[in-house]
Design a protein around this ligand. Structure first.
Ligand code: SME
Length: 161
């Protein structure tokens, strides 16, 4: 059992503690699925106001659903489609305050109002994307982008296969 005492006073401290926990969870484990599963569970457990947290993996010419927490989601997303496919195609983080205003947004859960998608790269190769959804509009800010980017820098080499 892993029971992390994460009780951060502010967002920066929260992401610092999450980074330590993610590092501890994944450092000695070579299995990509296990590491993505624990990363999704960690973020789901400690980041407030989420209705979906998980991964899509870059396979062939699109994204394929990976480990996640939340409602069942669409399985395959072509590069360039939706928020996830846009992050994958551009390799740029997508921080979307209002998903209904994002052209091509794929609604997996009607409750989603805002979304953060961070591409995961390893040695110049796209491994997949982290996808966080929230029922709260404009839930994600620069602090979340910085925090999640750091988390994916830790995780990337440990899910690259
Ligand atoms: N909304 C995403 C699809 C994935 S689900 O949110 C889990 C998108 O537009 O790519």
């Amino acid at each position: 059992m892993y029971d992390f005492a994460i009780s951060a006073a502010d967002k920066q401290a929260l992401y610092r503690e999450l980074a330590q926990a993610l590092d501890a969870l994944t450092a000695d484990e070579p299995d990509a699925i296990a590491n993505m599963a624990n990363a999704a569970a960690l973020m789901w457990q400690y980041l407030p106001e989420l209705n979906w947290a998980g991964f899509y993996r870059a396979i062939g010419d699109g994204l394929v659903l990976g480990p996640f927490q939340g409602k069942p989601a669409c399985i395959r997303i072509p590069f360039g489609q939706g928020v996830c496919g846009t992050a994958a195609a551009t390799r740029e983080t997508q921080c979307v305050a209002d998903v209904h205003a994002f052209r091509g947004h794929i609604a997996c859960d009607a409750a989603s109002a805002s979304e953060l998608v961070v591409p995961i790269l390893y040695r110049g190769r796209l491994v997949g994307v982290l996808d966080l959804d929230s029922p709260v509009a404009a839930r994600f800010d620069d602090g979340d982008v910085a925090g999640c980017t750091n988390l994916m820098e830790i995780l990337g080499p440990r899910i690259a296969g």
